[in-house]
Design a protein around this ligand. Structure first.
Ligand SMILES: CC(C)(COP(=O)(O)OP(=O)(O)OC[C@H]1O[C@@H](n2cnc3c(N)ncnc32)[C@H](O)[C@@H]1OP(=O)(O)O)[C@@H](O)C(=O)NCCC(=O)NCCS
Length: 192
């Protein structure tokens, strides 16, 4: 899809060859990883799926899959089903790039709303989603089976002008969120 000349991170469609690395990132990222065959089913069977990976190319070594997003088109909504970045490659804007690409494809496929569920205690992910304009619209009590944690339901209206005359995608672009991983968003502020 697109490549940054600086960081050599490419966001592209997931392929069968990626599955081993994708599952490894999933296991490293979640206490409840997806079932063994789940990502393969996304690739082979789910026409409504948007499965993307972030691939990092370091000079002199094999390209490495460092991040994963799967989004589902559900009628006119794009639902972020999973998003994860390898622990050794976090804090470099990789999830930002993955999420922006998934939402952009959702928009191209007719989405008017983006939705997701996130653990109530996952403040890092919530901060990411808030940067993309998501807001909490509800919760699912004791949604996660491993620790009975609540899920927060977050959505963002993709049709709403963020500023007068500024579409959602344009708003993302203006904030640098359509840039590739490694680039600083225009309005980023230091984290404490
Ligand atoms: C959440 C996750 C995907 C973020 O990936 P990442 O590539 O490190 O995130 P990025 O570097 O792209 O940062 C994007 C935003 O996330 C937030 N963020 C990332 N790391 C953060 C941290 N350590 N503390 C607070 N906020 C953080 C910030 O809002 C950041 O935006 P900013 O750079 O404009 O400030 C990653 O931590 C991860 O895989 N976690 C485990 C799986 C998970 O929780 N997935 C989400 C499920 S809903």
């Amino acid at each position: 899809m697109s490549t940054s000349p600086i960081t050599q991170v490419t966001i592209r469609r997931m392929q069968v060859n990626d599955l081993e690395q994708v599952r490894a990132i999933d296991r490293l990222s979640f206490s409840l990883p997806w079932p063994e065959k789940a990502y393969e089913i996304e690739l082979r069977e789910n026409q409504n799926s948007i499965p993307l990976v972030a691939e990092k190319a370091a000079p002199g070594s094999e390209p490495l899959v460092v991040g994963v997003v799967v989004a589902w088109m559900v009628l006119d909504e794009v639902h972020i089903a999973t998003l994860s970045v390898h622990p050794e490659h976090r804090g470099q804007g990789i999830s930002r790039a993955l999420l922006a690409h998934a939402i952009e494809e959702g928009l191209q496929r007719g989405a008017v709303l983006a939705t997701l569920e996130v653990r109530a205690g996952n403040l890092t992910a919530q901060a990411l989603y808030q940067r993309f304009g998501f807001k909490v619209v509800g919760d699912r009590p004791r949604y996660y089976q491993d620790n009975q944690e609540d899920a927060l339901i977050m959505t963002v209206n993709l049709m709403e002008e963020r500023l007068p005359g500024v579409s959602y995608l344009e708003w993302l672009r203006q904030r640098g969120y359509e840039q590739e991983a490694g680039a600083s968003p225009a309005d980023s502020s230091p984290r404490s």
